[in-house]
Design a protein around this ligand. Structure first.
Ligand code: SF4
Length: 213
């Protein structure tokens, strides 16, 4: 029986992405090989509980969700994550995967919306970006840049130009909470007429950094 190591399962509002504000069940898998400077889920690096996939799916199904997000940590660090994603899709909900961009995103159930990060220099983990992933993204997917400062913004704009990402998938720009003024990032995006969606982390405005929200 396939298992995944799970830190938490909870029902909340989606804080980011195209479905922001919609009630969503989150499955947070344990473990991450990266150490981003702004990480807000360090509690998911270790511990957790090994659970049968069927047991995880049953707990999620009890919420009768329309939206499900598998997050971490880095979910793809667990080889059984792909099976979990497929079985969650079978529930009939829209399933998304949040991934760091450091792991191979191929061979994931095509029903899954991949929300992939491209790590900016300010994260301290830029060297982990797996650029081969970019060609696998489609208009079904979303690519997120977490911006710490102006240098990260300039780097992101240049990366979008270099890889012609504006036609590949939806692009998300997110300021690091309490580090970059969202209004400042908004002004930069407007001034450059960028083809990106700016987002703030709704859950941080509602519940600060509370775990399980
Ligand atoms: S990839 Fe995500 S979970 Fe891992 S260290 Fe970076 S922000 Fe934290």
């Amino acid at each position: 029986m396939a298992q995944c190591r799970v830190t938490e399962i909870f029902y909340s509002l989606q804080g980011e992405t195209r479905t922001v504000g919609l009630p969503t069940v989150f499955v947070r898998l344990t473990g991450c090989p990266l150490r981003c400077g702004y990480c807000d889920t360090e509690y998911a690096f270790y511990g957790g509980q090994k659970r049968e996939i069927s047991d995880i799916v049953a707990e999620v199904a009890a919420y009768q969700p329309r939206y499900i997000t598998v997050s971490g940590g880095e979910p793809l660090a667990q080889s059984s994550c792909r099976q979990l994603l497929s079985e969650l899709c079978d529930l009939g909900a829209e399933v998304s995967l949040e991934t760091s961009g450091a792991m191979d995103i191929s061979n994931i159930d095509p029903r899954v919306i991949r929300v992939m990060d491209l790590k900016t220099p300010g994260s301290g983990e830029e060297k982990r970006n797996r650029y081969q992933n970019l060609q696998l993204l489609t208009t079904h997917d979303q690519l997120k840049f977490v911006i710490c400062h102006r240098q990260d913004y300039d780097w992101s704009v240049e990366t979008i130009r270099t890889y012609q990402l504006q036609d590949r998938c939806e692009l998300l720009f997110s300021p690091v909470h309490s580090e970059l003024d969202p209004a400042e990032l908004a002004e930069w995006i407007i001034a450059d007429n960028l083809p990106v969606r700016m987002q703030v982390q709704l859950h941080k405005y509602l519940w600060q950094d509370a775990q399980g929200r």
